[in-house]
Write a protein that binds this ligand. Structure first.
Ligand code: CA
Length: 453
């Protein structure tokens, strides 16, 4: 929890007249209003910002105001701010940070300016590859950033842009924008399908002519991917896991594919980097197969068993990861902590749920670590999470009640939690392989949202 709230840093202070002022890294002036820095959205869009929206929304409201100032003073939203714009990592994940805040209920700032900023970033190359969208012309024309057109980490970019397009679409719906304006983002959000290779059942780089990049090794780090390999990035379909599951041949095959991540050996091909980067070494030492919790791309993957009707496998692996990858010792982290993201994973997971799809007001269920957690929300309400039978052995959810009523779904609604809630987990040493197996109880996916209540 301490590490979770370390970042981002405040770049503002209160002047002699009690006014909020910040130093602008864009023009060197001292200007009114908030600004923050010291965060990389590639990491922190996943769980850190969703955590702020749940527990510290008033602070993230200040951060959203800071993003407005970034845009006004620099012309773009930052993706990696240390401070201002740094040419680090990929994606256009400011879309997720902005959309999740508004969709989770934050108000009181000029969302219309941020809406304009998101659209600009999504449809233009920026002043450097990591701002705006590198390869946007190809992405918009072909539906992917090609492997053989000089854009590095092109598959990672494609997959993250597709999710970011969904985040923009969902924000547009929340703002009441017409379909003529936002429909294009819904369409592009399906671009992840363009990189799915049926022969391997994995995501793979694609060339301009539509052929897959060859030779292809799913164990190869870098190249088409960012600090990870195809086994890590194949799951980067945060908004449409049901669609991904369908591509893989249905939920049983999907679950088998998830199992493969853990059953494969921790082998790797580092040739694209010309050496073993620390993230590779961390996966090897972690010894959980291809599950590389020391880096961000795969951190949501354990929760995807809920979309295949095997939530007990989520419950098992979440506990294994908390036990093996975190300890209160000098070497207690399994890799770069990365601005609160790897800590936010733990804090969410220890409460028993995780934001697999930021920009959707839901959390996917895991299983709590503690016998009791009380969350004091800023609005004065409390969320109480009871699991009196919890132990290292009793790590499985036999049953769940919310506010005294039996609850069969694999997910929680953010807005319901905001009203205050009591969650009673009945924990067991034996997996309940029936709970959460009906598709009607699966978490949100864009392609099945009409059936999702
Ligand atoms: Ca990292």
């Amino acid at each position: 929890m301490y590490r979770t709230v370390f970042f981002p840093n405040k770049l503002y202070e209160i002047d002699a007249n009690n006014k909020i002022v910040h130093w602008s890294p864009y023009n060197g002036k001292v200007l009114p209003g908030y600004m923050f820095a010291g965060t990389g959205f590639w990491d922190t869009f996943r769980a850190l910002y969703p955590f702020l929206n749940l527990v510290y929304p008033s602070i993230n409201k200040e951060m959203q105001e800071g993003l407005i100032n970034d845009y006004k003073e620099g012309g773009w939203l930052p993706e990696w701010s240390s401070p201002a714009y740094a040419n680090i990592m990929v994606g256009n994940n400011s879309a997720s940070v902005v959309s999740d805040a508004y969709i989770k209920g934050l108000r009181g700032y000029d969302i219309e300016i941020l809406w304009e900023a998101l659209k600009k970033g999504a449809n233009n190359t920026g002043p450097m590859a990591a701002v705006g969208r590198d390869g946007v012309k190809f992405y918009n024309e072909l539906g992917y950033v090609p492997f053989d057109a000089g854009f590095h980490e092109n598959a990672a970019k494609t997959l993250e842009y597709a999710y970011d397009d969904f985040a923009i679409y969902n924000l547009g719906r929340a703002l009441g924008k017409p379909e003529s304006e936002i429909g294009i983002y819904a369409k592009r959000s399906m671009n992840y399908k363009n990189l799915f290779d049926p022969s391997s059942g994995l995501m793979r780089g694609k060339n301009k002519d539509g052929s897959f990049q060859s030779p292809f090794s799913p164990f190869k780090w870098g190249g088409a991917f960012t600090e990870g390999n195809s086994w890590h990035y194949t799951w980067s379909v945060f908004h449409d896991v049901a669609g991904l599951s369908k591509l893989m041949g249905g939920k049983d095959k999907f679950v088998m594919k998830l199992d493969s991540v853990f059953s494969l050996p921790p082998i790797f091909d580092e040739s694209a980097y010309g050496g073993v980067i620390h993230e590779i070494r961390e996966m090897q030492i972690a010894n959980m197969g291809q599950y590389a919790h020391g880096n961000q791309p795969i951190q949501h993957m354990i929760y995807l068993y809920n979309y295949g009707g095997a939530p007990w496998k989520t419950q098992y692996w979440v506990r294994e990861t908390m036990n093996r990858m975190y300890s209160a010792t000098p070497d207690g982290y399994c890799g770069d902590e990365d601005n609160g993201q790897t800590s936010a994973w733990y804090v969410f997971s220890s409460m028993g749920f995780y934001p697999v799809t930021p920009a959707v007001n839901e959390y996917v269920l895991g299983a709590p670590l503690f016998k009791k957690v009380t969350l004091n929300l800023e609005n004065g309400k409390t969320i109480v999470i009871n699991a009196p039978k919890n132990s290292d052995e009793n790590r499985y959810v036999n049953a769940l009640k919310i506010n005294g009523k039996p609850y069969s779904k694999n997910w929680l609604n953010h807005m319901d939690l905001q009203k205050g809630a009591v969650l009673d987990f009945d924990m067991s040493a034996t997996p309940n392989k029936k709970r959460g197996t009906n598709e009607a109880d699966f978490p949100y996916s864009f392609s099945t949202e009409n059936t999702h209540k």
